[in-house]
Each structure stands twice: as structure tokens, then as C-alpha cells.
Design a protein around this ligand. Structure first.
Ligand code: NAI
Ligand code: ISE
Length: 334
């Protein structure tokens, strides 16, 4: 039987998820949608043969909604996820789980009190083929222990509303989630260094930034965030291990020989770069939800991401090395 899904927030990523759920993936059906912009919700509902609910609470509690997808603005995620937990319904929430660490903690506590894991956070990198290949090598310790990670997260450009903290909270947040999962370790410290700034940035944005994380076992991680790099969307991850260096595969494009040049295209859009990952993420969530389990990034992972992001934003301001203190992962999430 199809999993009947209700979607809260019919903006950009909400529409993309509804499109993949209704047209690409197996085993689910979007039955209801809602948005504070009810006209937008109505247009989307009509296009995808769903109905409109008046608000998130009504949608979550509707009898023909088995599970909820939250794709509204970050600031209202906490309330929507808590409603789903109260209703005992599985919920997939786009990042961030909540905009504060305390908000994420409230969700963790509510889920533990309910006694069953229901929450998955939309960190899609864990479903990307390149990262999964690296993860297999890390889990098997094929090249020994990881010692250092060198990553880049480059976007061609950002608009004027993007400020210095967003390099952490909106952009590097994907590495923050995916890297501790990749190397099976917990973060210990956070630091941010600002190199010479690009002329393409604006007064409220420091760009580029070098994020430095260390883990409890002493692994050193650097993530270059450069969001006005101009040349394309460029995600790299290299792990230096004891017995070898492993670099994530680049997305594959044909090699072109033309006009005395030999080159390959680079992706320029994060949606295209991770489109397969979003599909796999949602397909696995559907099948795990039907089995009554959560296998993807949990509410605890959402909390870890929020605490780590807070430490990095503090480090942007202080210039110091800041401690990352999440406490230990409750058995409930192990
Ligand atoms: P958007 O602004 O295009 O869409 C958000 C929609 O939510 C809007 O239509 C808005 O009216 C609606 N909304 C706001 N408050 C609501 C409420 N209380 N109830 C119902 N609807 C409400 O934003 P976008 O780009 O779709 O982002 C949505 C979320 O997805 C954000 O948290 C963002 O960080 C996350 N996101 C995740 C990505 C990923 O790679 N995993 C990529 C892009 C966005
Ligand atoms: C955006 O919100 C994303 O989630 C993308 O994956 C990231 O590359 C981009 O920098 C963010 O703005």
C-alpha cells in the first residue's frame, strides 16, 4: 500500500520533493499539501492531484496522512516536527531541524519521551554516490585510520541577502552533517579563518572562509567555503589516511577537445549536482518509514549539526578555537 504523505511548505524544495514523490519514486502518494500562502498551495495541489489543508496542524492530524514532509522555512520547522511527534507520525524535515540548538534538543527530548524514532532530517549528502563510496572505504578501514580531511564547498555566486554566518548555517551545514558520519567520530573544536577576500563579495559577507574542525580522536578537517567563486558548483572531499589518500569521485561529464582546448564541464547548480542523492534519500525514507524505522540522519544528528554550527558562528566572531559540546549520543539513537 502507498505511504500517504502530507507536505508542509510548497515553495522551491517543497515542489521539487512533491514532484519526485508523485512522478519518480515508488510506494508513496502525496495526499495533502499546505502553505501559509494558500494560493500557492492550491496551484501545487491541483498540479499534483492532492488536496489543500488549511495549516500544518490540520494536515498532520488528517486521517489520510500517514507521514509528513516539512519543507517550510527553517524558523517554523520545530513546531511542525513537534506536532508530528505528538500525532505519532513519521516526519521528514528539511534542514535545519530547528534554527537553534535548544529547538533541536526539544525535538530530541519529545521523540525520546514518545519512545519511538519518527524524525529524519534532510541531509541528502549521505545518499550521494560519491560520499557513499568514501563511507564504505572508511567503515572497512581499507586505507587505515583517517587523519585529515580536505574539503571544498564552492558556489558560483550568492545574492545580497546571504551574510557571513550563512556560510556555516546554510552552506557548510551539509559538510558538518556528512563528515562526522563519514569518519565515525565526534567533533571537538571549531575555528574559522578568513583569507584574503574576493572582490566579488559584499560588505556583510566574508568570502572565502576556511572552516577548521577537529574531532575527539584528533582528525583535522578543513572546509573551504567560497560562495562567489564564479566558475561553478564545486564540492570536493579528500581523506588522508594512514595507508593512502582517497578523493571523492567528480561527477562525470564527457571530455571535450575543441578550439585547442581539452576540458570537462563543471556543474553550476547544487540541485543538479545532488539530484540523484535527493531521489535516493526520499526513496529510502519511504521504504524505511513503511518498515517503521529511521535509518537516515536522525533528530540527534540535527542537534549535533546545530551545536556545531553555533560553535563555528561563535568562532567567526571571536577568531578563537571554540569547543563543540554536544554531550554523548543517547542510546535511543545508537
Ligand atoms: P521557499 O521560501 O522557496 O519555500 C518555503 C515555503 O514554506 C514557502 O512557500 C512559505 O510560504 C512556506 N511556509 C513558511 N512558513 C510556513 C508555515 N508555517 N506553514 C506552511 N508553509 C509555510 O524555501 P526553500 O528554498 O524551499 O527552503 C525550504 C527549506 O528547505 C529551508 O529550511 C531550506 O534550508 C531547506 N533546503 C534544503 C536544501 C537541501 O539541500 N537539503 C536545499 C534547499 C532548501
Ligand atoms: C543551499 O541552501 C544548499 O543547501 C546547497 O546545497 C548549498 O550548496 C548552498 O550553498 C546553500 O545555499
Amino acid at each position: 500500500m502507498d505511504l500517504r504523505i502530507g507536505v508542509i511548505g510548497t515553495g522551491a524544495i517543497g515542489q521539487e520533493h512533491i514532484h519526485r514523490l508523485q512522478t519518480k519514486l515508488a510506494g508513496s502518494k502525496v495526499t495533502a499539501v499546505t502553505d501559509i500562502d494558500l494560493e500557492r498551495a492550491a496551484v501545487v495541489a491541483e498540479k499534483y492531484d492532492a488536496r489543500v489543508e488549511k495549516d500544518g496542524y490540520a494536515l498532520t492530524n488528517a486521517p489520510d496522512v500517514d507521514a509528513v514532509v516539512v519543507t517550510s522555512w527553517g524558523a517554523v520547522h520545530e513546531e511542525a516536527v513537534l506536532d508530528a511527534i505528538k500525532a505519532g507520525k513519521p516526519v521528514f524535515c528539511e534542514k535545519p531541524l530547528a534554527t537553534t540548538a535548544q529547538g533541536c534538543k526539544n525535538i530530541v527530548e519529545a521523540e525520546m519521551a514518545a519512545g519511538k524514532q519518527l524524525v529524519q532530517v534532510g541531509f541528502m549528502r549521505r545518499y550521494d554516490k560519491g560520499y557513499r563510496q568514501l563511507k564504505e572505504l572508511m567503515d572497512d578501514k581499507t586505507y587505515g585510520e583517517p587523519l585529515m580531511l580536505r574539503c571544498t564547498h564552492r558556489n558560483p555566486s550568492v545574492d545580497e541577502s546571504y551574510g557571513t554566518d550563512m556560510a556555516v548555517t546554510d552552506t557548510a551545514i551539509h559538510e558538518i552533517d556528512c563528515l562526522h558520519w563519514l569518519i565515525n567520530d565526534d567533533y571537538a573544536t571549531a575555528q574559522v579563518v578568513f583569507p584574503k577576500q574576493t572582490k566579488h563579495t559584499h560588505s556583510r559577507l566574508k568570502d572565502p572562509q576556511l572552516i577548521i574542525l577537529t574531532t575527539k580522536s584528533g582528525i583535522n578537517i578543513t572546509v573551504e567555503v567560497f560562495v562567489n567563486c564564479k566558475f561553478g558548483y564545486d564540492i570536493q572531499c579528500e581523506v588522508v589516511c594512514e595507508e593512502g589518500v582517497v578523493k571523492m569521485a567528480e561527477p562525470s561529464f564527457p571530455t571535450i577537445r575543441s578550439e585547442e582546448k581539452l576540458y570537462q564541464k563543471l556543474e553550476n547548480d547544487w540541485k543538479k549536482r545532488f539530484i540523484d542523492a535527493y531521489d535516493v534519500e526520499m526513496q529510502e525514507w519511504i521504504s524505511d518509514t513503511k518498515k517503521g524505522i529511521v535509518n537516515g540522519p536522525s533528530a540527534w544528528d540535527g542537534y549535533v549539526a546545530a551545536v556545531t554550527a553555533d560553535a563555528l558562528v561563535k568562532a567567526q566572531e571571536t577568531g578563537a578555537v571554540e569547543a563543540i559540546e554536544t554531550g554523548s549520543c543517547p542510546d535511543f539513537y545508537k
